[in-house]
Design a protein around this ligand. Structure first.
Ligand code: GZL
Length: 286
């Protein structure tokens, strides 16, 4: 049984495609539940998986907290849990067997380091934060802040959640640009490409040039980000690889067979900026 966060971004739909595709390739019966970004739907789906007596439960938790009760029910039912993509905060680490996903703190560091290099360490930054309470939003903010702590000429003057969606990014950026001190902005850090693409629309509608008047760095590495970089409207995207289907099912098959697996499985990913976008775009698979 797999409980997915939703279909909020290009990254998420690519992640779902990878999971469904790999299960089909391996002939594994996959019960897939899309929670439409509601934690209570994920909890309901996990309870249904227990009732159906699945072999393994895997899920990407929308937010870090609120999982203890249902994970205790899963443990009591003797069903192993594999966490993917996002992390949970629980007092009992035995409530899940392993976590496969990106290091989002490192992704935040890479975004900050690239912006520091691009701006010579001088930037007045707006921040579009991911889904409140989600581990990627918390961790990306943390990693980016580590770089700012070493670059006193860079500061975040506006920060608000756009919930990882294009619409959210556009709405919040419109509000940022309407504020009286908007003229000071020289850079945007978006926690994902979908919010950056929405913000690019808002920046253009405000008569400014995205990628020039406001330098933009975001995270995910979806095709739309590469197309925006080729168009000169986005400057850098830090890759967050959604295509974890093969690694995930390797883990699930081992867990189902009662074999030992590592507690933490990392995902390989890089950084791509405007100088590489044209050459890399044809290689992008999501
Ligand atoms: C990151 C993942 C995030 C993506 C967003 O691991 O959880 O959720 O960065 C997605 O695009 O909505």
């Amino acid at each position: 049984g797999f409980s997915q966060v939703g279909a909020e971004s290009g990254w998420r739909t690519a992640n779902t495609d990878s999971i469904k595709g790999e299960a089909a390739k391996r002939g594994i019966e996959l019960k897939f539940a899309d929670a439409q970004q509601q934690q209570e739907n994920q909890i309901k789906a996990i309870r249904a998986f227990i009732a159906q007596g699945v072999d393994v439960i895997a899920f990407s938790p929308k937010v870090e907290t609120g999982w203890e009760p249902v994970l205790k029910e899963v443990k009591a039912a003797g069903i192993p849990v594999v966490l993917t993509d996002r992390a949970v905060t629980v007092s009992d680490p035995s409530l899940y067997v392993t976590f496969i996903g990106s290091d989002c703190v490192e992704e935040g560091r890479r975004a900050g380091a690239w912006l520091a290099k691009k701006t010579g360490g001088k930037a007045v930054i707006a921040e579009l934060v991911g889904t409140s309470g989600s581990s990627p939003a918390i961790d990306r903010k943390k990693g980016f802040a580590e770089v700012l702590a070493k670059n006193p000429g860079m500061k975040i003057v506006k920060s608000q959640s756009g919930d990882f969606t294009r619409a959210g990014g556009k709405q919040v950026m419109e509000a940022f640009l309407k504020s009286p001190d908007a003229k000071q902005l020289t850079a945007l850090f978006a926690h994902n490409d979908d919010m950056a693409l929405g913000a690019i629309q808002a920046i253009e509608e405000a008569g400014l040039k995205p990628g020039k008047d406001i330098v933009i760095v975001s995270i995910d590495g979806v095709k739309g980000a590469f197309e925006a970089m080729v168009a000169g409207k986005l400057n850098c995207t830090v890759e967050c690889n959604p295509q974890i289907g093969p690694q995930l099912f390797d883990l699930i098959e081992k867990v189902a067979a009662g074999q030992k697996v590592p507690e933490r499985v990392a995902v390989e990913e890089g950084v791509f900026d405007e100088t590489q976008a044209k050459a890399e775009l044809p290689n992008r698979k999501y």
